[in-house]
Design a protein around this ligand. Sequence first.
Ligand code: SF4
Length: 419
Amino acid sequence: MALLQQMCSAPSLARAVRSRSISISATRTASVSVPVPSTPAPAPTLTRAPHIDSHVLLGMSEPDLQQLATDFGQQKYRGKQLHQLLYKTKVKEIQDFSHVPLAFRNDLQEAGWKVGRSPIHRVVTAADGTIKILIKLNDNRLIETVGIPVEDDKGSCRLTACVSSQVGCPLRCSFCATGKGGYLRNLQRHEIVEQVLAIEELFKHRVSNVVFMGMGEPMLNLKAVLEAHRCLNKDVQIGQRMITISTVGVPNTIKKLASHKLQSTLAVSLHAPNQKIRETIVPSAKSYPLDALMKDCKDYFLETGRRVSFEYTLLAGVNDAIEHAVELAELLRAWGSGYHVNLIPFNPIEDSEFRRPYKKAVLAFAAALESRKVTTSIRQTRGLDANAACGQLRNEFQKSPLLAESDMVSESNMVSVAC
Ligand code: SF4
């Protein structure tokens, strides 16, 4: 499930970091510290390249890369070099693997291998420092990714990447721009991982948190999401507890996720205190009743020990009345301490029948929950001026024919949106 409108609202925002200048062309050039032996590597002998993600290096683990190197007749340590080049130096082209013998690079390319990084098509910067990017995939499809910087009380910057898991989304939640934009396909694991690397490159800062709340429903692409999760955790070195997987609810998938016993947060987009309202907002709820969803969430908590985060988008006049808060508190009454409720004032999208609630209504809703001992937070909207709602920016650009390669992002075509 994805709500850039949630993520363009960062949890517990202390202070927004003000917008900054960015340069996309800059690539970090940290050196690779793997020692190169004095004896030259044996002449590369092309044997069998394992079929992993259609010959894309990004997303592969260090052992897989070592295996790849030996399959190409190289010594094992070359795999470690590849690993550092992909995840530390973040090199985008095989021919730029400067520490790797030219013959090995040529062999990789001739066998159809590529790094798996895509060009950035567009960047939009909001006045609060939130940056939304459009990444242009191999098949010319666009996906959205958002970088949300937050400065904590000690002055250090926490950077959250809100990543997409699908091109579009088939679930068509009625308030969601991505749902309105249609669905094309699942993302491959490297297409998820590269979003995080792109955010790091733009901000010149490490990503500290990843939330699967961009375009798409992660549970409909669980295999690639789990593979990307592994890579982000083990290779990109983002702690599992810093990763959140969000879902609107897909039957039989929460159990499956729980079986992996990840130390990551499950965020469930509830949006309604009862089945009747939920069905009107989330059409897919018809095949996954609220009772069953709540039971699976409880089982997830029992299995993993990780608190479940319930996301609740407040839509004026639809689900934001005090009676809805009372009903929601009742729904969660038996949960003890295993959950948290995030209230998200609706972020308006084009042609939407829904309205953003007044601040007074949001505060009253939160107070009604808290008075019933429901742990609640209100997400501060970030990047509201940067086509912040999920799928908005992509819809704007995907409608038009894509621009030529020469129009790939440069500082001159970056849009800085001023408040
Ligand atoms: S339509 Fe898809 S992307 Fe949009 S909120 Fe629903 S599940 Fe998330």
